[in-house]
Ligand binder design. Structure first.
Ligand code: HEM
Length: 516
């Protein structure tokens, strides 16, 4: 009997220990992460390596990523070309300097995984699901269907963009104020969605709300989930992941169209019949994949949302960065207008033609230069090691480590660019025009990543952004609304971790162009 009593009391004691044991798991994980083999002792650290303080460094990084990355780059870009910074959930190894970047570029997909990197960055397996991480089938579609046939969409994109400008800004005779980022987003989301889902859905405000909100859902969910070590992430994700509810709303909106298209595609397939007037948009390509491989309609809608995530905020933020330069300095518009008017005359008044946008060198240089200084992300080329990899500096990195390239610091390296901190919009107008175009990824310009996994949507984004800038200089005068920073001063960027956000509160004034 007493033995039973002793047992019962020890069970009770153990039960009382459970909360402590549960709390110890993340602590042990954290110690293991910082001190074990993944402690990456060969890689120099910016900040502290002491476990709990490193977690604190990870929290601080949210506010001081820019300084941390520039400091690390200045100290370590040449030897050993790598350094590490603490995230709240793990180390991030920063690859810095042209030699190491080139070595990373040459590594095979067996050595470093690109979607593994995206997974670490976004906690994608918890937010979007493990299937997306295993099978990101939207990616090859961007190359094979969109980029290769971009010319087929020029006319529709131009048509949608002109109509979006008309609806969102119109042609005010007097100066009128518009929230810059929000207005740019309205034009980008309509233009992109003309190609993603076609008319009339690309103009449906409820659908566009869903399409733009999903990025914030992913960003916010990932922010909270990444505060915790991997063992706790699945549990935390259950409480904070906002994507499932957005997906339900998206399905309610787009699901019937997906189901109808799928039925028709399956009928055509079964009867070996041609589908006259089959839609040609990203959604249809996703439906075709679903028919071919048996994916669900829910997954079609989820992958559509992923496309909205990769395409909309990246292009809208990048364009707003450039718009702020244009609106802050009235001397910049003249060379752009001269060029656009000359191209317009050569192209019989059609700015959207296959050749017109390619001829816009000044516009192209302006956007590349804005992207060089600002970009959307201070690190690009996100990778996860699958094997032990070695750099020529002698440093080895074990499997399972999150790596990324220091893009902002690379772009501001004076070995690459003279007066690197100065915005010189015509910097890329001369020289090897192909290598210096907005979409070219070069060792000194990695805003779109590098190598075979460089952004496959950059040609689409560049076409859209060049057309927008051409439209604005042709039809509008723009200036910054005088704000706290003074008249004609470009608003400061907001940094949240690695994200570089053009001031979301800044307004730009537009009026119908007054010709001299
Ligand atoms: C200015 C706008 C954009 C910027 C700055 C940007 C930037 C990037 C970067 C840095 C990467 C990672 C590249 C690497 O790992 O080396 C990437 C990947 C990707 N981007 Fe973009 N992007 C933009 C627009 C777009 C658009 C409009 C689309 C789709 C139409 C798109 C689709 C993708 C996809 C599918 C990937 C994953 C590629 C892969 O890992 O194989 N992006 N983007």
């Amino acid at each position: 009997m007493s033995a039973i009593i002793v047992d019962v009391s020890s069970v009770t004691q153990i039960a009382a220990l459970w909360p402590w044991l549960l709390a110890a798991v993340p602590l042990v994980y954290m110690l293991w992460n910082w001190l074990g083999p993944n402690g990456l002792h060969e890689v120099p650290t910016v900040g502290t390596t002491i476990p709990l303080l490193a977690y604190w460094s990870g929290l601080r990084y949210i506010n001081n990523a820019r300084e941390t990355l520039l400091t690390g780059y200045a100290q370590y870009a040449h030897t050993p070309g790598l350094f590490k910074v603490a995230m709240t959930d793990q180390w991030l190894v920063i690859v810095a300097g042209p030699k190491q970047l080139e070595e990373l570029r040459r590594m095979s997909d067996d050595e470093v995984s690109n979607y593994g990197g995206v997974d670490e960055l976004l906690s994608a397996r918890f937010i979007l699901g493990a299937d997306v991480v295993k099978n990101p089938y939207h990616m090859p579609l961007v190359h094979a269907k969109l980029t290769r046939n971009l010319g087929d969409f020029h006319g529709d994109m131009k048509d949608e963009m002109w109509s979006a400008f008309d609806d969102h800004i119109g042609m005010p005779d007097e100066w009128k104020s518009f929230p810059a980022l929000k207005t740019v987003m309205s034009v980008v989301s309509r233009t992109s969605n003309r190609v993603f889902v076609g008319l009339p859905l690309c103009r449906d405000p409820e659908f566009l709300d869903i399409a733009t909100a999903v990025t914030l859902d992913i960003a916010q969910s990932r922010f909270v989930i990444n505060l915790f070590p991997p063992v706790m992430k699945p549990l935390i994700a259950k409480f904070v992941n906002k994507v499932p509810s957005r997906l339900r709303k998206a399905y309610a909106k787009v699901g019937p169209m997906v189901e109808a298209r799928r039925r028709r595609a399956e009928e055509c397939k079964a009867n070996k019949e041609e589908w006259d007037e089959k839609p040609n948009d990203f959604l249809m390509w996703l439906v075709d994949e679903a028919v071919e491989h048996g994916y669900t309609n829910e997954s079609t809608v989820l992958y559509l949302l992923i496309m909205e995530f990769v395409a909309l905020h990246t292009a809208a933020m990048s364009f707003t960065h450039a718009l702020f330069y244009l609106a802050s300095d009235s001397s910049l518009v003249a060379p752009l207008r001269t060029e656009v008017e000359a191209v317009l005359a050569e192209e019989s008044g059609d700015l959207g033609s296959r050749t017109a946008v390619r001829k816009l060198r000044y516009i192209d240089s302006f956007l590349r230069e804005s992207q060089r200084i600002n970009g959307t992300n201070a690190t690009t080329v996100w990778r996860k090691t699958l094997k032990t990899i070695s750099f020529s500096s002698g440093v080895t990195i074990p499997p399972g480590v999150f790596l990324s390239a220091a893009s902002t610091a690379t772009h501001l390296d004076e070995h690459h660019h003279s007066n690197p901190a100065v915005f010189d919009p015509w910097r890329f107008v001369s020289g090897d025009l192909h290598a210096r175009s907005f979409v070219s990824t070069t060792p000194d310009f990695i805003a779109f990543g590098q190598g075979r996994h460089a952004c496959p949507g950059r040609h689409f984004a560049a076409y859209e952004m060049k057309l927008m800038l051409a439209y604005i200089v042709l039809y509008y005068d723009v200036k910054m609304r005088p704000g706290a920073e003074g008249v004609g001063v470009r608003p400061k960027n907001k940094w949240i971790g690695n994200s570089i956000i053009p001031d979301p509160t800044a307004d730009v004034l537009f009026r119908k162009r007054v010709k001299a």
